[in-house]
Design a protein around this ligand. Structure first.
Ligand code: IVH
Length: 706
């Protein structure tokens, strides 16, 4: 490293030059690290550059650059990671909060499997680690890839970072040829405290909790930084496999341990809900002394053949549940109630609190849901919190449950200030002044300003560029806000005319802090990349109320092309006519969603914004939902009578997975009636209508599992 003056001896001008140089060197080192096999400088030199940069910034805070390298430490740099598609999706878990939920879980599992209450059924119980999940892929015993969960289907490639974690073996012996090990990356309490002390000493940001520290450390573009962070890993599950690990969950975990993974020592096999709850209490009693954060206990059906039969709902397995610990609570003063206006025009009240620590995290804001919640009643008008309303100046009880935004549970009337008046919920939008109205049956008051409301416009733009929508690299929430402020981008269509409006000079963008020629050019290229967009993403991006990713895909695969979708939505009228009938006949599209879409297309301003946008796009058609390759795909099936080789729930889930529609009653549209012993009126009706009636064995033969 070049000879440098001590920071204390620098003049302002020298400090400025030094910060410029350091920013360049650090950026170059980051680039070198990711594009070449060998980084340009050693980790120690890299750290020294960053330390000097931080020290100069601490002495001359006014000189801190907009693109300061210190800001980049610990911040997740999501853009930089390659995407990885998981062969086997990474799912989440359903939550249980009450004791009764555990018995319900056991009941549901038994019912699905057709087991009596007395039949033996084993579960495993183990701590739910509060970290972030990671999938490790081993091929022929070698670690070839590590990926974060991401959205469950696609994660980020963090292989180099994972290799720096001591608990993660890079070579396995005796493992299946293909093995994906899944588990949780976490940071122990002691390591977390030491890391925060180091960060503070270096003038860098400290982390709110061990989970954020673990996530921030794993998701570093510079694996050198990850290596310096004390991360750990517990294995608790698996993804793709060439050979089974064992017959049971507990056996599979033991196998992972024998391969060299850390598995949680508090994992135990339990013979029913009582034993599960005993173990839950045992783990809860040890929670404070474990040395790492856990937020509940996970129960899993032990027998893997039964796990396979139970299968999955859309994003969670039927064979597992997370029994969460109760939320953490604290009392503090409510200093103000602010109203935020969201993408769907909802006025959301936010509590501004005197900062208070709740379960180790400083909380200064909490959601107040809606005006009824503040007034102490639920959506039906029945009292909540004993009817106690919430007023500015009140002492309120704040709680956090898992990852969710803090909430307010209660209010202490004995400490209410004399002058605290009832809170008057605004009836005009605080951002644009338009009327804010509450429709019958809606618990939320909404701004009627539509796109003239800056709050809605910005939130809709943020949604438009979000990951599941247009996902434009370099154009995130922050940039959208700044561009909106400057008047450069007011509607989605404006994004696609940015380049033309800036001309080749790019002068204005270049003059903006943080934007150079290169980054501006990258942004325009990223925007151009998205001029071709799949129909489902476009529909989702429009941000219509009630239209989520799943329903956008349903609409796209039904109408296939933008032209067909647009024509149908333009022609449709709420509640009447063939277009409405077609729309609401789509499986998964109800009246509420359909009304929202049809109304959007009828509103002049919305319509103009949509047309202006689509003029810049080439919308890719979406093929009809990949037809499931089975003999029963597209058929309508009814089950009746007693099924002997599977339960009704299982039969239904399996039929649906194969693309069949399961109906409750026989009609002329029914293709098969599967009748077990004891079939009554349905069999008679089927005979009358000429519907094919088959028994359970014939059904199993038909679906290929006889
Ligand atoms: S099993 C198919 N076991 O909790 C189910 N998950 O809320 C796979 N987690 O995404 C998950 N400890 O990140 C499982 N012992 C444990 C866990 C655990 C923590 C996390 C995991 C998962 C999330 C679901």
């Amino acid at each position: 490293m070049t000879d440098v003056k001590p920071v204390e001896a620098l003049s302002q001008a020298e400090a400025r030059r030094d910060l410029d140089r350091l920013a360049r060197q650090i950026a170059a080192a980051n680039r070198a690290y990711h594009t070449e096999d060998a980084p340009g400088i050693t980790d120690a030199d890299y750290d020294a550059l960053k330390r000097r940069n931080a020290a100069i910034e601490a002495r001359f805070p006014g000189l801190k650059r907009a693109d300061s390298p210190t800001e980049q430490v610990g911040a997740p740099l999501a853009e930089g990671f390659a995407k990885v598609r998981h062969d086997v999706r990474m799912l989440s878990l359903e939550n249980a909060f009450e004791l009764g939920d555990v018995a319900d879980f056991d009941d549901r599992v038994r019912k699905y499997l057709g087991l009596s209450a007395e039949a033996p059924l084993l579960y495993t119980a183990e701590p739910k680690i509060d970290g972030l999940s990671l999938s490790l892929r081993y091929e022929n015993g070698l670690l070839v890839r590590a990926a974060t969960r991401g959205d469950g289907e696609t994660g980020e490639n963090v292989t180099e970072n994972a290799r720096t974690i001591a608990d993660i073996p890079s070579v396995l012996s005796g493992a299946p040829d293909l093995l994906e090990v899944r588990g949780e990356v976490y940071m122990a309490h002691a390591d977390f405290a030491a890391l925060n002390a180091r960060q503070a000493a270096a003038g860098e940001k400290s982390f709110a909790n061990p989970r954020n520290a673990a996530a921030g450390s794993l998701r570093q573009l510079d694996a050198g930084i990850t290596a310096a962070r004390p991360l750990r890993f517990f294995a608790y599950a698996w993804g793709a496999l060439s050979d089974p690990l064992a017959d049971t969950q507990s056996g599979a975990i033991a196998r992972l341990a024998s391969l060299g993974f850390q598995t949680n020592p508090l994992t135990q096999v339990c013979d029913g809900p009582d034993a599960l709850l005993d173990h839950y209490r045992r783990i809860e009693a040890q929670r404070a002394t474990l040395g790492y954060d856990i937020d509940g206990v996970v129960y899993k059906v032990d027998d893997l053949a039964l796990q396979r039969r139970l299968g999955f709902r859309s994003s969670t397995p039927r064979w597992a549940i997370a029994h969460k610990f109760p939320a953490e609570l604290a009392w503090t003063r409510l200093e103000a109630i602010d109203i935020q206006v969201g993408r769907t025009a909802a006025l959301s009240p936010v509590a501004r609190l005197a900062p208070v620590t709740v379960g180790g995290v400083v909380v200064a804001n909490a959601t107040l849901h809606n005006e009824d919640y503040i007034a102490g009643r639920d959506s039906r008008g029945d009292p909540i919190r004993g009817g106690r309303d919430i007023r500015v100046g009140d002492w309120v009880q704040v709680y956090r449950a898992g990852d969710v935004i803090p909430k307010i549970a209660d209010v202490d009337l004995s400490r209410r200030p004399q002058d605290a008046g009832t809170y008057a919920f605004p009836v005009a939008c605080p951002r644009c002044g338009s009327d804010a109205i509450r429709e019958a049956g809606d618990s939320v008051r909404r701004c009627t300003g539509g796109l003239i409301c800056p709050a809605q416009a910005v939130e809709r733009l943020k949604h438009f560029v979000s990951r599941a929508a247009f996902d434009i690299e370099g154009l995130g929430a922050k940039q959208v806000e700044a561009f909106y402020e400057d008047g450069w981008v007011r509607t989605p269509a404006d994004i696609f005319t940015l380049r033309d409006r800036f001309g080749s000079g790019l002068q204005q963008l270049r003059n903006r802090e943080g934007w150079g020629d290169k980054s501006a050019e990258n942004l325009f290229a990223a925007i151009d990349d998205r001029r071709r967009i799949p129909l489902n993403r476009l529909i989702f991006a429009l941000g219509m109320r009630h239209v989520g990713e799943v329903s956008a895909s349903l609409l796209a695969s039904h109408y296939h092309s933008w032209a067909a979708f647009e024509a149908a939505m333009t022609a449709a009228r709420v509640g009447e006519g063939p277009d409405w009938a077609e729309l609401t006949a789509i499986d998964g599209v109800g009246d509420v969603l359909a009304t929202s879409v049809v109304m959007t297309f009828q509103q002049e301003r919305e319509r103009q914004a949509i047309d202006a946008l689509v003029a810049h796009l080439q919308v890719q058609e979406v093929a009809a939902r990949a037809p499931v390759d089975s003999a029963v795909a597209g058929k309508t099936v009814v089950f009746t009578g007693t099924l002997e080789r599977m339960t009704r729930a299982e039969a239904k889930a399996r039929a649906e997975a194969l693309g069949a529609k399961v109906a409750g009653s026989v009609s002329a549209k029914t293709d098969y009636l599967v009748a077990g012993p004891g079939a009554g009126s349905k069999a008679a009706k089927a005979a009358e209508l000429g519907v094919t009636v088959i028994d359970e064995d014939a059904w199993l033969a038909l679906i290929g599992t006889a």
